[in-house]
Unconditional design. Structure first.
Length: 384
């Protein structure tokens, strides 16, 4: 199938979860034999047009360049659709997007809307307050129009989609590249270069350091364990590289996606200590597919996270990892001490984590589910 995949505000290659998602979906569908034309943002750092890993990348710009004006990329998307003549269109949802879905609607093509953030407003939403002030609620109307125009939707949680669209929404989670993220990538030389003491437990966190990611909880737990010279912390993210403030460990700074498999495999425990109170949208449910957790598990790491659905479904307590209370540094420190003191438990949990993500949470499985849904909506469109 010839597919047009629109994610105009994402930068690929990039270091964010969104950029990883778009990269993995595009090349995963290409590996399944589809001709994939992906539309991403042009920052000038890569060619405006290129073919890489079987994907045709189209990089576009619009004015003003802020992502709030992403909908103004529609003429560029329409021009690409005219040249490519796709059989179906996918779009990564953004409230100020719609250029892919509406291009498909205008051309009579089946379309699939990927929903990774809520299509509903939470109680304290500033966006909802602005929308209400404008009386006709243009933002909500646009979101709902997107849902109606799309042939189908995919989302990690049905509750983030308007009730009227849930009947045509399929629940699909993100995943990990289980070939790239693998225990065999472990590199003792890297551990030594990072300063991990011989025989120490290396605890890793990887992410964008957003408040709700719980870095503040992790670093406070690390300070409580400063007396344990056999527990070392490694944090990869946008903070400046340097020694851990008040604990044994290092902030590594931002790393390229290609560097992550070696980092994770060279550690011993993965941590995802989310503090959901720091993000009001999460009152709708934990809708974020936890990319870091899937990659920890694929790397054979037991994972410590909070016991909240769907995280407790992915990492089962006592099987692939441990659950701790939210925003509780003492509980997190105790869980890490337990794992530091029981190598056999770590090994067993890590093996189960690897097996579970390979079976249920790989990008290959994700793309196969997308392929099935795309085939369904294409057949349905042809039958009309």
């Amino acid at each position: 199938m010839k597919l047009l995949y629109v994610a105009s505000d994402q930068v690929v290659p990039g270091t964010t979860g969104g950029s990883v998602h778009v990269l993995e979906v595009a090349r995963g569908l290409a590996r399944l034999g589809h001709e994939v034309h992906a539309v991403v943002r042009d920052t000038g750092a890569a060619p405006a047009r290129e073919e890489r890993e079987g994907v045709h990348w189209h990089r576009v710009r619009w004015t003003p360049p802020h992502r709030f004006f992403r909908f103004r990329a529609r003429p560029a998307v329409e021009a690409i659709a005219e040249a490519v003549r796709p059989q179906a269109v996918m779009e990564r949802y953004y409230n100020f997007g719609g250029e892919g879905i509406f291009t498909a609607e205008a051309r009579g093509l089946p379309s699939l809307l990927e929903v990774n953030s809520p299509l509903l407003d939470h109680r304290r939403s500033l966006k909802a307050a602005l929308d209400a002030a404008l009386l006709v609620r243009p933002l909500r109307r646009r979101r709902e129009r997107l849902c109606r125009a799309a042939s189908a939707l995919v989302a990690p949680l049905l509750e983030i989609v308007p009730a009227f669209a849930r009947g045509k929404t399929r629940r699909v989670t993100w995943g990990a590249d289980v070939e790239a993220f693998h225990p065999r990538r472990r590199d003792p030389g890297r551990r030594a270069a990072w300063g991990v003491p011989e025989g120490a437990l290396a605890v890793v966190f990887a992410g964008s350091f957003r408040p709700w990611h719980g870095v503040h909880v992790l670093e406070e737990a690390a300070r409580r364990l400063a007396h344990r010279h056999d527990i070392f912390f490694l944090l990869a993210g946008p903070a400046a590289a340097g020694p851990g403030p008040g604990y044994l460990g290092r902030r590594l700074g931002p790393l390229r996606y290609e560097e992550m498999p070696a980092l994770l495999a060279s550690c011993d425990v993965g941590v995802a200590p989310y503090d959901t109170r720091r993000l009001a949208q999460l009152e709708l449910g934990f809708f974020w597919s936890p990319l870091k957790i899937f990659e920890y598990m694929a790397s054979g790491l037991p994972t410590v996270t909070i016991g909240r659905p769907p995280l407790d479904e992915i990492v089962r307590e006592g099987q692939e990892g441990l659950h701790v209370a939210e925003a509780d540094p003492a509980a997190l420190a105790a869980a890490l001490e337990r794992l530091a003191d029981d190598a056999a438990l770590r090994t067993a949990m890590g093996a189960r984590a690897r097996a579970r993500v390979v079976e249920l949470y790989s990008w290959q499985r994700h793309c196969q589910e997308l392929q099935e849904l795309l085939a369904e909506i294409t057949r349905a469109g042809a039958a009309r």
